[in-house]
Design a protein around this ligand. Structure first.
Ligand code: ADP
Length: 483
């Protein structure tokens, strides 16, 4: 396969250029080569996309759940049929190693499959009335047109996790993918077209985030905005939603703690921590970011984690055997460098890594070595801010209470992990953690059928699971007086 070819933005079932003809360049973060250009859409295109989604809404909402489910299943199948092409494009524009990209495509498709099934289970209720002459019904209806703004770290899954339940519920959607990763998003739209999803039901526009988001937020026909990205932008969206009282779902930053208790299976803990920490070069909102280890097992755990890190090859994601790709861009790399430098200057030690990486070949991208830091203290930047890079800081603790208290000492509350072989401890600690997702002896808990989302400043609402479709439904109460 050669360079990705783009057909334009996808509005109302048609592939289009930007009205004013502008384009934005897409780069490969591993090689710094230009990969493609995509239309630079703005206000006009966003308005067209909302028009298209509004026109498509009545027929899509009124189709039976079984009809929508059948089309979603076909979309799922088209994505899986083109898994390799989508995965290669993703690796080129985002950097993650090809095996990880393949896994993401399958994971992304699983949301469409799961919500195709869930479409059939949007049940209402009948409530007993106070008098014999009334019947009280509760029905669930699609909220309407949805605006979705997605990040670059999961270029496919962050879209399907929104579009799957939205379309299943009977909503139509306008997706604005991240500027770094528009190609995967446009491929998903191509698959939807091939699957026969009706024109206007799914629209994908690439371009300036602020302008497009501004249009989506201002338009009263957009009844719901769903966003995954930084807490800072999430707060802006929440403020912006007030004027037209849109429903919102926000999946924002995280700063996931890991607690390794003294009775943990250390091999499992090191393996699962490495999976959580180094997936996507540390660029996920559920990546392990603060690793609290009981002082009695600290050194043994450190050795095992160092061994796992030694096996991780840094390089271009399309090269065989690569486990860690580049960071997405220069500012991502600068943040990691700054956090590590600050920690080391204040007494931390980089026992593995600790600098930018130069993989073999002519790769000039934004690579950083997988890094293990010890001697970290809670006041260092790396323990307060999201890292979004391949750096694992270790901190010792003495008591269970201290570990949970330190883990909860964050404005974020997305994912937390703990390792223990004691079931009582597992339950107590899991219940005490102020996090939306807790992995117990599990570094990769997310899956289509379970609710994913955060407490505190990590966001609002849930994606995945039966909870995920609720976000796209309104409740209507019908009181019927009998004659
Ligand atoms: P990240 O740090 O992961 O890039 P962002 O929150 O900046 O997180 O980006 C996530 C998504 O939000 C992207 O699609 C981006 O284009 C979009 N975005 C960035 N700034 C704004 C904004 N002011 N309003 C709405 N969307 C934005």
């Amino acid at each position: 396969m050669g360079e990705p070819i783009t057909k334009g933005i996808y509005i109302g079932g048609e592939w289009k250029e930007a009205v004013r003809g502008g384009t934005i360049d897409v780069f490969n973060p591993a090689t710094l080569e230009k990969l493609a250009t995509v239309p630079d859409a703005g206000d006009d295109e966003a308005a067209q996309a909302v028009d298209a989604a509004s026109s498509a809404l009545p027929a899509w909402r009124e189709a039976s759940a079984y009809e929508r489910a059948a089309l979603l299943m076909r979309w799922y199948e088209q994505i899986m049929l083109h898994q390799e092409e989508i995965a290669r494009t993703m690796t080129m524009e985002q950097g993650k190693p090809l095996p990880e990209a393949r896994t993401e495509v399958a994971y992304a498709a699983s949301f469409i499959q799961w919500y195709a099934e869930e479409a059939k289970r949007v049940y209402g209720e009948i409530i007993p009335a106070t008098t014999a002459g009334k019947r009280l019904f509760v029905i669930r209806q699609a909220v309407g047109v949805v605006g979705a703004i997605t990040p670059w770290n999961f270029p496919a899954a962050m879209i399907t996790r929104k579009a799957g339940p939205a379309l299943a519920a009977g909503c139509t959607i306008v997706v604005k993918p991240a500027e770094q990763t528009p190609l995967t998003a446009l491929l998903l739209a191509e698959m939807a077209e091939k699957a026969g999803i009706p024109a206007g039901v799914l629209n994908v526009i690439t371009g300036d985030a602020k302008t497009i988001a501004g249009r989506l937020m201002a338009d009263g026909r957009v009844r719901k905005v769903t966003f995954t990205g930084s807490t800072e932008v999430g707060k802006e969206i929440m403020r912006g939603a007030a004027d037209t009282m849109k429903k919102i779902s926000l999946e924002l930053g995280g700063h996931a703690p890991v607690i390794v208790f003294d009775d943990a299976d250390l091999e499992l803990a090191a393996e699962q921590t490495a999976i959580s920490k180094f997936r996507n070069a540390g660029q996920t909102c559920v990546c392990a970011n603060r690793i609290y280890v009981h002082e009695s097992v600290h050194d043994a755990f450190e050795r095992r984690l160092a061994d796992k890190i030694a096996g991780l090859r840094v390089g271009y994601g399309l090269d065989e055997g690569v486990a860690i790709g580049p960071l997405i861009d220069e500012s991502g790399l600068d943040k990691v460098k700054r956090q590590v430098e600050e920690a080391v200057a204040r007494g931390a030690k980089a026992v593995v890594g600790g600098r930018t990486a130069e993989p073999e070949g002519s790769r000039r991208g934004f690579f950083y070595e997988p890094t293990l830091l010890t001697g970290v203290t809670p006041d260092m930047q790396i323990m307060r801010e999201e890292t979004f890079g391949p750096v694992a800081p270790l901190i010792p603790f003495r008591t269970d209470e201290e570990a949970v208290r330190m883990a909860n000492d964050s404005v974020y509350g997305l994912a937390a992990y703990l390792f223990t072989t004691n079931v009582n401890r597992a339950v107590r600690a899991a219940e005490g953690l102020e996090y939306g997702i807790v992995g117990v002896n599990d570094g990769a808990p997310s899956t289509a059928q379970a609710p994913f989302g955060g407490f505190k400043e990590s966001g609002l609402g849930r994606e995945g699971g039966r909870q995920g479709i609720e976000e796209y439904l309104e409740t209507k109460y019908i009181s019927l007086g009998l004659g």
